[in-house]
Design a protein around this ligand. Sequence first.
Ligand code: MG
Length: 442
Amino acid sequence: MDRRDLIRSMMAGSVALLASKTARAQNIMAAAGRGMASPKIRDITVINTAPEGSRLCVVKIVTDQAGLYGYGCATFTQRADLIAPAVEAYLKPLLVGRPVDRIEDIWQLAYDSSYWKNGPVENNAIGGVDMALWDIKGRMAKMPVYELLGGKVREAADLYGHADGTEIEQTIESAKQYIAQGFRHVRVQVGVPGMAGYGSPRDNTRMPALHDAPVFEREAAKRRAMALFEAARKELGAEIELIHDAHERYTPTEAVQFAKDVEKFRLFFLEDPLSPEDLQWFRNIRAQCTTPIAMGELFNSPHEWTPLITERLIDYMRMHISQMGGLTPARKVAAMGEIFNVRTAWHGPGDVSPIGHMCMVHLDLTCTNFGIQEYTPFNAATQEVFHGVPQMRGGYLYANERPGWGIEIDEAVAAKHPFDRSNSLNGGWGELRLPDGQIIKQ
Ligand code: MG
């Protein structure tokens, strides 16, 4: 072989080697593009159950892979009967046959499919589907969902409990019971004589009014709350963190005044001082006092929470996770909050199913800007339906270490706790009126 043949041969070899390397790389890329074959959605149903009285709605997604399914919370107690049709008549036909691994794509598809967006029924339905898909992804990966979100940044979620009573002394006693269990934060609410106060039982008296409905008077409620905080600081000391929920019952100017008045009690936060219709008034509160503010359980839409977070007008976001559309939007908003130093305090009352509570715990475990978690205990009947609920120990809430949400539902037991049909409003709320008869927000 002369020198020219040798060079030609070497070049041919290099080209062949290059071609073989390129083919191999293309194969690898094609395989990576395909990923693992995804199971498909085979069925979507809603489980309605009320083991503690509250109407709980849970979405169940079943896949075409044997034994693979997931659960998501879609609880909207005041309109609970509308969730199953929203899921089964509208989202199911849209989503059956689609791959379960494309959670973001499915969320965007479901969100857009109603054209009109950000209504509470549709949002809760989407939220239930979304959480069920995260549950499935965790079960497929054999990991708790918090691992899919980047892993723990804390061991458990710090909690606040609800201390309440007809009288101030009862509320203080209730707070002491939480403190004895290890709680470092308590929400304090007290009844107002003769009125339907928020977050506390009523006494047997009734203030004079021009109607027979539940009655409320703002100034009396504020004076009562101030007396409660005085007593709480005196009896419970400076160390305990106090929270109070105004439940958007005051006028905007009253809310600003109230936030200023309670500043001296150094609350952990004042919750819902304004209604979603009065968002611009948060600037006035911010400009006039340092009382930390929490807001968001009534929010439906990014149009509501985005300005409050980006303008740093609140300290804690507390949206209802299913109501905002599930884990997918919640984790994005939490990340936005981290950038603007707004912390999380997700809505965690009894009208969230244990699946929804567990979703919040997984977020709490993974978000650096976690603030606090609202706590509601699960009664025995609830734990017979939902196996693996989050566990409270020493004022903290713990996830279990099983894949997905780590919760299994006994559907036969769930069926033994149907919604209470003797309730004339079917779970909807009634009315609250001023003494003169005008309706106000509850
Ligand atoms: Mg509230």
